[in-house]
Design a protein around this ligand. Structure first.
Ligand code: ADP
Ligand code: MG
Length: 352
């Protein structure tokens, strides 16, 4: 028995073992890094925007750029791919990459960025040095102000690329100097497609429900989907819905769905049972209510009208919970109101 366990373990190690730049074997390279796209055409989704970046990468003369959008949808990756394609072998000397973990106060902007902008690097025509400021919305307004002149004075040799979650956190004067590209949340099918590629490359055993669970909990965030996939595999070896929801530690949507279906039919007791079960497992009111919201959005067998009414009630309860009243009673009250909505529909809209 023990021997079998040993050998299968080393087989897995052999599969994931990769060598990093230092030449040392890296056993568990995070899959998000291992499968980070290296070229623009490998980036999933946001086709039109990526197409624009491809044109820039072909023609050169990159404008100052802001790429904004939710976390985990490929912003940093896109900027890195773009810089790599544009600069190729000169990447090391012609790119300055700063993210939120680097010091980026006014002093750094004045000294480090400015001296990089002044540095002489010989590049082919139409190519510029690139300063990548990742997670730029976490830079102070003062530091952003200090960039204004630098961006202008050195724009013949140096271009800036900002990646951020919210473009409105970038001060107006910088926005007006940049082309703003917005990335949209990835669709479920795009996430599934990418996950399946990784599943295949890593020989992961999975069930359809497990895959659906990963997609449900990621909400369009590819990084989260890939991380949860890896955690499930290393924790349980098999990607089933149960294992996925243990890893992401959120209420099982199947249970929540059963609860919502019960209240829709006006059966409050079974719904309360599910709720109490979830509560006993230690989920907080926010966990429960936000899962209720997401399940309602996609649940089958509810009329559009019922869904909207449900979302309204769930929304009000969510608000109260965020105000600090995250009690079991609050959630029970919500279920009672939903049951009322369900019954009203039954009585007055017999056609739907
Ligand atoms: N559009 C995408 N296509 C393929 N992989 C993606 C995409 N978006 C994110 N990923 C995966 O998630 C990881 C994090 O992506 P990143 O570009 O850093 O996200 P962010 O938008 O937060 O900057 C990448 O290493 C990659 O594995
Ligand atoms: Mg990023």
């Amino acid at each position: 028995m023990a021997e079998k366990g040993e050998s299968s373990k080393s087989a897995v190690k052999g599969l994931t073992a990769a060598t990093n730049t230092s030449g040392l074997p890296a056993y568990e390279l995070p899959w998000v890094e291992k499968y980070r796209p290296q070229v623009l055409s490998d980036i999933v989704g946001n086709e039109e925007t990526v197409e624009r970046l491809k044109i820039i990468s072909r023609d050169g003369n990159m404008p100052h750029l802001i790429i904004s959008g939710m976390p985990g949808i490929g912003k940093t990756t896109s900027v890195l791919c773009l810089a790599r394609t544009l600069l190729g072998p000169s990447y090391k000397e012609a790119v300055l990459e700063l993210n939120a973990s680097d010091e980026r106060g006014i002093d750094v902007v004045r000294s480090r960025i400015k001296s990089f902008a002044q540095k002489k690097v010989t590049l082919p025509p139409g190519r510029h040095k690139i300063v990548i400021l990742d997670e730029a919305d976490s830079m102070t307004a003062g530091a952003q102000q200090a960039l204004r002149r630098t961006m202008e004075i050195y724009s013949s040799t140096t271009r800036f690329a900002f990646a951020c979650n919210q473009s409105n956190k970038i001060i107006e004067p910088l926005q007006s100097r940049c082309a703003i590209l917005r990335y949209a949340r990835l669709s479920d099918s795009q996430v599934v497609k990418r996950l399946l590629e990784i599943i295949k490359a890593e020989n992961v055993e999975y069930s359809e429900e497990g895959l659906a669970g990963l997609v449900f909990s990621a909400e369009g965030d590819m990084r989260q989907a890939i991380n949860n996939l890896q955690s499930t595999v290393s924790g349980f070896g098999f990607v089933s819905a149960d294992n996925v929801f243990k890893v992401v530690d959120s209420p099982h949507p199947i249970k929540v769905q059963a609860m919502l279906k019960a209240v829709k039919d006006g059966r409050i007791d079974p719904a309360l049972e599910v709720l109490e079960e979830l509560w006993a497992l230690g989920y907080s009111a926010v966990d429960v209510i936000s899962t209720m919201f997401r399940v309602t959005k996609t649940v089958e067998g509810f009329s559009e009208n019922t869904k909207l009414e449900f979302i309204r009630e769930i929304g009000f309860t969510h608000m109260r919970i965020l105000e600090g009243v995250g009690t079991l009673l609050q959630l029970k009250g919500c279920l009672a109101r939903l049951a009322k909505v369900g019954m009203r529909k039954e009585l007055f809209v017999p056609k739907s």
